[in-house]
Design a protein around this ligand. Structure first.
Ligand code: NIG
Ligand code: FE
Length: 403
C-alpha cells in the first residue's frame, strides 16, 4: 500500500473489494451485510458510499483492493494497557498447573507504581500501535494498576493520551495497604479517587468477583461513578458464579465482561436486557480463558437466548496478553459455538454496542471510515487461518494508519 499516511485525501475510493463486510445497522445481530465485488468511498473521514463495483462515484484517490476483503476496524471494548512489569513467569506457572487468581494483579500494581509517567505512556503507545497493526481502530483502556489517588489519576491521563474510551477501574482489587480495611478502600475509590479520576474518564468499572469486590461494594462504586457522570460497566462472572451480571443489568451497565460462569438466570437477564433501547452487552474475552486455561463462555447459549454479544481482547499482562481480535475471533469460532459471521460482527459492531457507539463498528454511509483490508478474499479467513497475520492495511477516520 503506497498511500502516504501523512496526507488525508478528501475522498478515497477503495475499489475491487472481493468481500465487503458492512455490518449494515438495519440488519440484526451477527448479520454482516456482506457485499461481493464491491467498492467504498470515503469523504472527510467518513464512509460516503458503498455498493457494487462499477457504480462508485469518482474520488481523488483510488486504492485497488485486488479482490481482497474489507471489514470494519475492530472495536476492542476491553483492555488494560496502562501498566509496567512482566508476568510471563506467572503464565508459565499456570501452564504447569497453577490456577489463575486475581492476586497476580498486585504484582503489576507494584511495578506500575514504580514506573514513570513516560514509561507508562510509552508502553501504552506501543500496545496501541500493535493493536492497530492488527486491525483495531477503537480501543477502550482502563486504569486499575495504580490503586492510589495519584497512580489511578496518572494512569487515566496516560489512557486519555491514546484513546477517548477511558475507564476508571480503581475498584480492580483491594491494594495491600488496605488488606485489613477493604471498606476503607471502597471509601477512597468512591471519594477522593473518583474526584481525581472522573474528569479523565468516560466509564467506571468494577471487578465484581470473589477475591475482589462483592455485590454491595460493587454497587457502591458504580452508583458513585454514575452520580459523578461516568457510565457503568462491570467485570463479572469470570472465576465463578456471582452477582456481576445481575448487578450490571440492574444498573443498566453498557456491558458485563467475561461472562464465563453464567447461570440460566444470568443468560435470561442478558436476553431481557437486549430488548432495551440501550442493552447490557455480554462481552466475552476468549483470550483470558485461553491464557488461564479455563472453560470458555457459552456464546451459543447467549446468542440463542437473544443476548447481545461482543468479543474483546482484555489485553493485560496477567490474565491475557494478546491484543489480537483476530485470535479472539478464531477461538470464539473454534470453541465457543459462534459462526464466523457472528464472531466478526461481535468484534466490530458488538464492541461498538458495548461502548454505546453508533459511529464505529459498521461501514454504512455516515460511519467513521475505520477500515481493515485483509490479505484474504473473505472474512471467514480470520477464523480459517488462525495465527496468520492477514491485515494488509488499516485506515482510521479515512487515514492510513498501518500497512
Ligand atoms: O480482566 N479480571 C480482572 N482483571 C483483569 C486481569 C488483570 C490481571 O490479572 O492483571 C481481567 O482479566
Ligand atoms: Fe479486564
Amino acid at each position: 500500500m503506497s498511500t502516504d499516511s501523512s496526507a488525508v485525501p478528501s475522498s478515497l475510493l477503495v475499489d475491487a473489494i472481493g468481500t465487503l463486510v458492512t455490518n449494515d445497522p438495519s440488519l440484526g445481530q451477527g448479520a454482516v451485510g456482506e457485499m461481493s465485488d464491491a467498492a467504498l468511498v470515503v469523504e472527510d473521514g467518513r464512509v460516503a458510499w458503498c455498493g457494487p463495483r462499477g457504480r462508485a462515484p469518482a474520488a481523488d484517490v483510488r486504492v485497488d483492493a485486488e479482490g481482497r476483503c474489507v471489514v470494519p476496524g475492530f472495536v476492542d471494548s476491553h483492555s488494560h494497557i496502562v501498566f509496567a512489569g512482566d508476568r510471563s513467569r506467572e503464565f508459565a506457572a499456570r501452564m504447569s498447573g497453577r490456577p489463575y487468581t486475581a492476586g497476580g494483579i498486585r504484582t503489576t500494581v507494584a511495578a506500575t507504581r514504580a514506573a514513570t509517567d513516560a514509561e507508562l505512556l510509552e508502553g501504552a503507545r506501543r500496545l496501541v500501535r500493535e493493536a492497530r497493526a492488527q486491525g483495531t481502530t477503537t480501543l477502550e483502556v482502563k486504569s486499575g494498576y495504580g490503586l492510589t489517588v495519584d497512580d489511578e489519576a496518572r494512569s487515566l491521563s496516560v489512557a486519555a493520551r491514546v484513546t477517548e474510551e477511558t475507564t476508571f477501574l480503581g475498584a480492580h482489587v483491594v491494594p495491600p495497604e488496605y488488606a485489613d480495611d477493604p471498606a476503607g478502600y471502597v471509601d477512597l475509590v468512591t471519594g477522593p479517587m473518583l474526584e481525581a479520576c472522573a474528569p479523565r474518564a468516560r466509564w467506571i468499572d468494577v471487578f465484581c468477583e470473589r477475591g475482589a469486590f462483592d455485590e454491595d461494594a460493587a454497587r457502591r462504586v458504580l452508583t458513585a461513578g454514575t452520580a459523578r457522570g461516568l457510565l457503568p460497566r462491570v467485570h463479572g462472572n469470570q472465576l465463578g458464579p456471582g452477582p456481576g451480571v445481575r448487578l450490571a443489568v440492574e444498573l443498566g451497565a453498557a456491558s458485563v465482561d467475561h461472562c464465563t460462569c453464567l447461570s440460566a438466570e444470568d443468560v435470561d437477564a442478558l436476553a431481557q436486557a437486549a430488548r432495551r433501547p440501550r442493552p447490557t452487552v455480554a462481552t466475552l474475552l476468549p483470550g483470558v480463558d485461553f491464557s488461564t486455561r479455563r472453560p470458555y463462555p457459552d456464546a451459543r447459549a447467549l446468542l440463542d437466548a437473544g443476548a447481545v454479544v461482543a468479543l474483546a481482547s482484555d489485553c493485560n499482562p496477567g490474565s491475557c496478553f494478546t491484543s489480537s481480535l483476530a485470535f479472539c475471533i478464531a477461538v470464539a469460532v473454534r470453541d465457543m459455538g459462534m459462526t464466523p459471521d457472528e464472531a466478526v460482527w461481535s468484534a466490530t459492531a458488538g464492541g461498538a454496542r458495548a461502548l454505546r457507539r453508533t459511529d464505529v463498528g459498521h461501514l454504512a454511509p455516515g460511519a467513521r471510515a475505520d477500515l481493515v483490508l485483509l490479505e484474504a478474499p473473505h472474512h471467514v479467513y480470520l477464523a480459517y487461518r488462525p495465527g496468520v497475520p492477514q491485515v494488509a492495511a488499516v485506515w482510521k477516520d479515512g487515514q492510513l494508519v498501518a500497512g
